[in-house]
Design a protein around this ligand. Structure first.
Ligand code: GAR
Length: 191
């Protein structure tokens, strides 16, 4: 059986990465081979340790100015790159080596509330400020622009007028945790 290998890129607390690790933990056909982060103190590193997944910390020069990462991904036989709270723009050399093989999750209903600077709490504060009646999350392919690749899946949640930005964030994160790993699984199966 061919094992399909995932690389997760994550810079934050890593709650989505953890859900993905849990989802694939008992699977023989899918392996989270490596977690790559740009932050020394990223919470995702604790999850990686707990699940025995190797990690790599990168800095900007390595990421943007040479193909060091490509060699790492090749050595790990990576089939799919999954961004889970990774905020750097993905460089063209990586996109061309992994066409439609890089996924991102974004905490809003794209194309609204996407683009540079729109991440995490900034998104939910903007949604709240505009009195949106609904928010949600989008899973999409990654292209050379922030949050602009083709959509794969969206899920929505209603917003009450009394909901704070933090409450919106919590509801959206629940949706992310419910759906991301399943969507990754479907993409790996070519569905
Ligand atoms: C998630 O809400 C994800 O959608 C968001 O960062 C959070 C990471 O949380 N990503 C972006 O805003 C990308 N533009 P986590 O570290 O707990 O998984």
């Amino acid at each position: 059986m061919k094992v399909q290998n995932i690389a997760i890129f994550a810079s934050g607390s890593g709650s989505n990465a953890r859900k993905i690790l849990e989802y694939f933990e008992d699977r023989d056909d899918v392996d989270v081979a490596i977690i790559i982060t740009n932050r020394k103190s990223a919470g995702v590193l604790n999850h990686a340790r707990e699940f025995g997944v190797s990690t790599l910390r990168i800095d900007r020069p390595y990421f943007y100015n040479n193909d060091y990462i490509l060699n790492v991904l090749k050595a790990e036989k990576i089939d799919l790159i999954v961004l889970a709270g990774f905020l750097w723009l993905i460089p063209p050399y990586l996109i061309s080596k992994f066409p439609n093989k890089i996924l991102n999750i974004h905490p809003a209903l794209l194309p609204k509330y996407g683009g540079k600077g729109m991440y995490g709490h900034h998104v939910h504060e903007a949604v709240k400020a505009n009195n949106e009646p609904v928010s949600g999350m989008t899973i999409h392919f990654v292209n050379e622009n922030f949050d602009e690749g083709g959509h794969i899946f969206q899920a929505k949640c209603a917003i009450l007028p009394t909901d704070s930005a933090n409450e919106i964030a919590a509801n959206v994160l629940k949706l992310e945790h419910t759906h991301y790993a399943e969507v990754i699984d479907k993409v790996l199966k070519g569905l």
